[in-house]
Design a protein around this ligand. Structure first.
Ligand code: PRP
Length: 218
């Protein structure tokens, strides 16, 4: 019996783009795009089983071996530091982790900086390297509200188009790190399912290279 390659996909628009790349790399599973609420899909012929998970949970499934491979944003990988192999930058889901503040904000280095974020580890690392005293307020969404209500001075969050910041009269003041989606693999699966993972890796790498070439030419 053919062994399955178990794949954790981030639920949402990014996940659908990732699936299209996986399908082209030789791991199709048509019913995956069925708009019902099922979360696990398999295609025995292609030897692949997909499951949709919350994007920030992808590394947990892969680290623990419930999934052999998955795709996670670099933000999630930096924040949680899972014990997985990061195999490839898929060059999609591109955005950046930024510090943002109210328009006209002036930092007073004499005072502890209050920072709202969903990414306390990335935030702590960034400011520790700058020897800046901070007070982190961990939120779970709508971070942009924090400086408006004077809960904090700044936020550390993901900026893609910049629209959310603009619409809330905030402005990015520093870029911490660029972000994109990464292919990750469980360390044991990488040995025991090497052939399937290698096929997937090669197929994805080709597509990334083709996209880069196309971008250069336009
Ligand atoms: C992220 C982030 C911002 C928004 C930025 O939220 O937290 O709110 O995207 O995108 P923009 O620069 O294009 O406006 P996301 O939609 O991923 O949801 P979340 O708040 O649940 O993290």
């Amino acid at each position: 019996m053919k062994e399955f390659l178990n794949v954790a996909l981030p639920k949402g628009r990014l996940g659908e783009r990732v699936y299209a790349m996986f399908a082209q790399a030789g791991f199709p599973c048509e019913e995956l795009l069925d708009p019902k609420r099922k979360l696990i899909f398999e295609n025995p012929e292609a030897g692949v089983r997909y499951f949709w998970v919350k994007p920030s949970d992808v590394p947990v499934y892969v680290e623990r071996g419930a999934a052999d491979v998955g795709v996670a944003g670099k933000d999630i990988l930096l924040e949680y530091g899972p014990e997985v192999y990061e195999l490839l930058d898929l060059n999609i889901g591109r955005c950046r982790m930024c510090v943002a503040a109210k328009n006209g904000f002036r930092d007073d280095p004499e005072r502890t900086l209050r920072v709202a974020t969903e990414f306390p580890h990335i935030t702590r690392t960034y400011y520790t390297a700058r020897s800046r005293d901070i007070d982190i307020i961990r939120l779970h969404g709508s971070i942009e509200i924090a400086p408006i209500l004077d809960l904090t001075d700044v936020i550390v969050d993901i900026v893609e188009t910049g629209t959310t910041l603009r619409e809330n009269d905030l402005t990015p003041i520093e870029t911490i790190v660029p972000i994109s989606a990464r292919l990750i693999a469980n360390k044991v699966s990488f040995q025991f399912k090497h052939k399937a993972i290698q096929t997937l890796y090669e197929g994805l790498k080709e597509q990334v290279a083709a996209q880069e070439k196309e971008a250069e030419e336009t």
